[in-house]
Design a binder for this molecule. Structure first.
Ligand code: ZN
Length: 225
């Protein structure tokens, strides 16, 4: 018996009024659930919070994807200050929408990695410690079809990557690049592959699970563990 292929869909850097609605409509049409990794500045813009609340109400997961999406935690001159401004300052906003806290639900965090590159700029020791102490689950990725660079061709790239990846965690962006107009085609393509969209993450993409370190992050930080 063939094992159903699981695919986890994630939408980063939003919410974006005018785009996130399209994404939510397409997901609803396909009965697909995803995780939205929201940026604080996007959440705080007019209409941003309402979109994140709609996503949560429709069964999607909401995660924290930094306050400004401009400062890599491993590059900041003052690592502790970066944790305060890029993670802690937005935590109450994300918690409220996601329905999470340090003691309730599963707080999700995804670092800003400047183009999806997983290298030593991604984390600082201070950030890793903060995520552990505040019971975060850290969600990385394994499939980046670079929809922002190739808004017309990313679907074919993504479907090929999905086909060759055991359990893809796909990073897409609900941004005004035009790429999301092809999301329905991508979802049709996933169905044609027999893939099932799930809201869980493979262990290989979760280095921290509810505050507990699952594997070394030494490849993602210059800090000493
Ligand atoms: Zn991002």
């Amino acid at each position: 018996m063939a094992v159903t292929k699981r695919v986890t869909l994630t939408f980063d850097n939003g919410p974006t009024p005018g785009v996130t609605e399209q994404v939510l409509d397409a997901l609803a049409h396909h009965s697909a659930r995803a995780t939205f990794f929201v940026v604080g500045s996007q959440l705080r813009q007019p209409g941003g919070r309402e979109l994140a609340e709609r996503a949560a109400a429709e069964g999607h997961r909401i995660g924290h994807h930094t306050a400004t999406h401009t400062l890599q935690l491993g590059v900041a001159e003052d690592a502790e200050a970066a944790v305060r401004t890029e993670i802690a300052a937005v935590e109450p906003d994300v918690d409220t929408v996601a329905g999470t806290s340090a003691t309730h639900g599963e707080r999700l965090f995804r670092p800003y990695a400047a183009g999806g590159v997983l290298d030593k700029r991604v984390f600082s020791t201070a950030a890793i410690r903060y995520l552990q102490e505040h019971h975060y689950t850290c969600v990385l990725w394994n499939t980046v079809p670079r929809d922002w660079e190739d808004p017309t061709g990313w679907v074919e790239t993504a479907l090929a990557a999905v086909a060759r990846t055991e359990w893809p965690v796909v990073v897409l962006h609900d941004l005004a690049t035009g790429a999301m107009t092809r999301l329905p085609e991508f979802l049709d393509g996933l169905a044609a592959l027999g893939a099932e969209t799930v809201t869980e993450y493979p262990g290989s993409c979760v280095p921290i699970k509810q505050g507990r370190l699952q594997f070394s992050l030494s490849h993602l930080t210059d800090g000493v563990d």
